[in-house]
Design a protein around this ligand. Structure first.
Ligand SMILES: *Cc1c(COP(=O)(O)O)cnc(C)c1O
Length: 392
């Protein structure tokens, strides 16, 4: 290199490759291009999701490290990371559906997913049937020859209804229908592929990254064939994950087991204490014996999660007073953060619905959704108690 001009040497800076040692952490490969020694090797790289990286929209070593980590957590054959949960969900639905196909989806879905499905129905002519998500016979009755996907979520929001993935996926499986499960609420706690799911999606923005500093999504496929199909669509969509975002997410995964334990033990503790508070009409948490799917949750989840909902006696006004009176927990959307978050759907995300419409959605004006964080449980209780007292 030294015989070249400085201007040229500046362009062709050497890229260090450690010899004799290895980095302990996954490096950030902030390079969208990778070079090859021969044309055949480059040609082979175009072949599929496990080819050598050559252009980062199709594959990047840092992103691939994340894909392998989450595929391993979920017990899948491979994964495709995306720029957001919505990117992953779009890649999966667009990969598997064509005009004229039919999709069966659970009624109580993440709002963004519901919007995607409505778009698929209106613009693409995909027929959609919504089911309650707790009755295999309802899924069986909804099946058509052109049904391609059964779309479920491990746990519904904000009702905390737990879905019987095994029972529903079995019905879909018999009919050759692909079951897609959004497992954002229960990483590590539930492995939907073991219950018959074919594809698992996550918004890694939530528990998996866990620190509130990065957007991301991922789709894990149970088979190499599905992995390839979803990868192909993701490459076309261009919703690929950025290496730095993938790196932040990998960093979060290191503490995911510890964080999930604390989210769950805090939520269990608070759910029990909240149940005895005079301002609270009902606590919905799958770890409480009174929860409608308590037994199912024990079978399907290794712990009941970090999400709970409370219904206050005082209705809409009390819900709003409560979330505004919190001092430690914060009024914010989302979940899976170190900090405890509270949301009052009736005054924010669902403000356009009257009480009857809220009841039809399975909750009420006084429902507050809490995404329990990893703080000390006593500090959280002190905060919730003082805010509840104001909402009495
Ligand atoms: C947040 C969320 C999504 C969407 O993920 P983004 O990363 O915000 O695009 C999808 N599903 C569920 C259950 C979510 O909570």
């Amino acid at each position: 290199m030294s015989e070249l001009h400085r201007e040229t040497r500046a362009v062709h800076l050497p890229v260090p490759q450690p010899t004799g040692s290895r980095p302990l952490g996954v490096p950030i490969y902030q390079s969208h291009l990778f070079s090859f020694d021969d044309a055949d090797a480059l040609a082979a790289a175009f072949d599929g999701p496990s080819g050598a990286p050559f252009y980062s929209r199709l594959g990047n070593p840092t992103v691939r490290a994340l894909e392998e980590a989450v595929a391993d957590l979920e017990g899948g054959a491979g994964a495709v990371a995306a720029a957001s949960g919505m990117g992953a969900i779009n890649a999966v639905l667009q990969a598997l559906l064509r005009s004229g196909d039919h999709l069966i989806a659970q009624q109580c879905l993440y709002g963004g997913t519901y919007a995607i499905i409505q778009d698929l129905a209106e613009r693409w002519g995909v027929a959609v049937t919504y089911v309650s998500g707790d009755d295999p016979d309802e899924v069986r009755a909804a099946l058509r020859p052109e049904t391609r996907i059964l779309y479920l979520e491990t746990m519904a929001n904000p009702t905390t209804q737990v879905t019987d993935l095994a029972a529903l996926a079995a019905v879909a499986g018999e009919a050759g229908v692909v079951t897609v499960v959004d497992n954002t609420f229960a990483p590590l706690l539930c492995r939907p592929i073991e219950h018959g799911a074919d594809v698992v999606v996550h918004s890694t923005t939530k528990f998996i990254s866990g620190h509130g500093d990065v957007l991301g999504g991922i789709a894990v496929a149970a088979t190499a064939e599905l992995h390839r199909t979803i990868w192909q669509q993701s490459v076309e969509l261009g919703a690929s994950a950025d290496p730095f975002a993938a790196w932040l997410t990998l960093r979060g995964i290191v503490t995911l087991p510890l964080r999930m334990e604390r989210h769950c033990s805090n939520a269990q503790y608070l759910a029990e204490r909240l149940s005895g508070h005079p301002a609270v009409r009902e606590v919905r948490y799958p770890g409480l014996p009174g929860h409608p799917q308590y037994d199912l949750a024990r079978r399907m989840l290794s712990a009941p999660g970090g999400m709970l909902a409370i219904e206050l006696h005082g209705g809409r006004a009390a819900g709003r007073t409560f979330v505004e009176a919190l001092r430690l927990a914060v009024l914010a959307v989302s979940l899976g953060e170190a900090k405890t978050l509270a949301m009052h759907p009736a005054s924010t995300s669902h403000r356009m619905l009257d009480d009857a419409a809220l009841a039809a959605a399975g909750f009420g004006g006084g429902t507050v959704r809490m995404a329990i964080g990893i703080e000390h449980p006593e500090d959280l209780w002190t905060d919730l108690d003082q805010a509840l007292t104001k909402a009495l």
